[in-house]
Design a protein around this ligand. Structure first.
Ligand code: GDP
Length: 425
């Protein structure tokens, strides 16, 4: 079979509260055919309309991870800017990501139903940042819309289709699937699952999946609505259940129908980790005996702070305590960070000049994840140094203060035991 046109994969991004989720919700409600999805309960953070695959704003991690690899998970982007609030820090961050990834994009000026909406001001602000919109001296398409009322959302969708046509996106459905890891989860019940986005080829149940040098068999494949299917075509989001290990978000995946071929490919990836671009650093150096390890997830407000944070944190490791950076990202600390920390066992989330999303506080409680944030780097270092000290293996010392002969044990609770005996000394 030769190449065929595939739907565009679209990422929606922008500053918090500017209406990304509302826009995605509106499109999902109005454009996903209920029959196809079994009642539209979106199980993963991606969905498909008839002609377009939408990705919920991926963590900035995924974005930067992909960028570092010089490949794109998405084909097109929508930059959402509130017509009331205008261009904000995360708008510029998102813009940087889009430009660095060379993604064609549309600016969606949202909330035009609001009385204080001022789309012209937004266009001006963007022009100041060298983003020249159509009708404003440039060629970047812009739609003024309301994600709440749905005004001009159809126009946005049409524009997306048009841009996709220009890009001439194609894939070979007969080829083995490849693409990206969008999110990864560990669930006590079902084990490790991952959301993948297929960029090319067809993904089948029973395929051997290689991510970051790890081979897993696709035992169960779900579509975005959580319905188990046998195969998924190019551009589809896919949920794969029962992976061998938690894969790094943003990594590429490749499938094989043959196990041997998968293993060979995996070995090659491990030998050349740059290519697979795993975000999870491999252990460096040999650990001293009795050494402990602190796993960290680092978040910062902007890429520059993140770099500073990483440098600082890496200085603090020593022979006794190895610092393992599980993941890094820019932006607020959200559900995905908490889930990753939970899945990694005892990873601490360390935020620098950022904060915890309000909506994520419940999850922090539930998964008992330690989240700490600082605005001053040396305070953060001090805290981490203390933490390292407290984690350092302690030498156990036993001082005998008396002896007794045990006669009977009453009850055997986990934390409490009642025993009877006679004191001998
Ligand atoms: P996100 O953080 O970018 O995903 O933003 P949300 O989609 O959560 O939206 C933030 C707030 O703005 C919510 O209270 C939405 O109801 C509201 N909102 C989003 N889009 C619109 C819009 O077009 N018009 C109005 N009036 N409110 C909107």
């Amino acid at each position: 079979m030769s190449n065929q046109t595939r739907p565009p994969i679209v990422v929606v991004t922008g500053h918090i509260d500017h209406g990304k989720s509302t826009l995605l919700d509106y499109i999902r409600k109005t454009n996903v055919v209920a029959g196809e999805t079994g009642g539209i309960t979106q199980a993963i953070s991606a969905y498909q309309t008839e002609k377009i695959t939408f990705l919920d704003t991926p963590g900035h991690e995924a974005f930067t991870g992909m960028r570092e690899r010089g490949v794109n998970i998405a084909d097109l982007a929508i930059l959402v800017v509130s017509a009331e609030e205008g261009v904000k820090t995360q708008t510029l961050e998102a813009l940087d990501d889009i430009l660095a990834a060379k993604l064609p994009f549309i600016v969606a000026i949202n909330k035009i139903d609001r009385p204080n909406a001022n789309p012209e001001l937004i266009k001006q602000q963007l022009a100041e940042k060298n983003v020249l919109l159509e009708g404003y001296g440039g060629t970047i398409p812009v739609v003024e819309l309301s994600a709440k009322t749905g005004a001009n959302v159809p126009e946005l969708l049409e524009l997306l289709s048009l841009l996709a046509e220009i890009q001439d996106l194609s894939a070979n459905p007969a080829a083995p699937a490849n693409g990206f890891v969008l999110e990864a989860n560990l669930d006590q019940r079902v084990g490790v699952s991952a959301t993948l986005v297929i960029k090319d080829g067809t993904l089948n149940t029973g395929d051997f999946l290689v991510i970051a040098g790890i081979v897993s068999k696709v035992k169960r494949l779900n579509n975005f609505a959580g319905i188990t299917v046998k195969t998924l075509p190019p551009s589809a989001p896919a949920q794969v259940v029962s992976l061998t290990e938690l894969p790094p978000v943003g990594a590429t995946f490749q499938t094989f129908s043959d196990k041997k071929a998968a293993e060979q490919f995996a070995t090659g990836e491990l030998a050349n980790p740059k290519k697979m671009g795993s975000d999870i650093p491999k252990p460096t150096g040999i650990m001293a005996e009795n050494a402990t390890e602190i796993s960290l997830i680092l978040k910062a407000d902007v890429a520059g702070s993140l770099e500073a944070l990483e440098k600082e944190v890496n200085k603090l490791g020593n022979e006794q305590t190895r610092i393992k950076i599980v993941n890094t990202g820019v932006g607020k600390i959200g559900d995905n960070d908490i889930k990753l920390a939970g899945a990694t066992g005892n990873a601490i989330i360390l935020g620098f000049k950022t904060s915890l999303e309000k909506s994520a506080t419940d999850l922090v409680e539930k998964l008992k994840v330690e989240v700490v944030t600082f605005d001053i780097i040396y305070k953060l270092s001090e805290w981490l140094e203390e933490k390292i000290k407290s984690r350092r293996p302690k030498r156990e010392e036993i001082t005998v203060i008396g002896r007794a002969k045990l006669l009977k044990v009453f009850g055997n609770d986990k934390d409490r035991q009642v025993v009877g005996g006679v004191v001998t000394s």
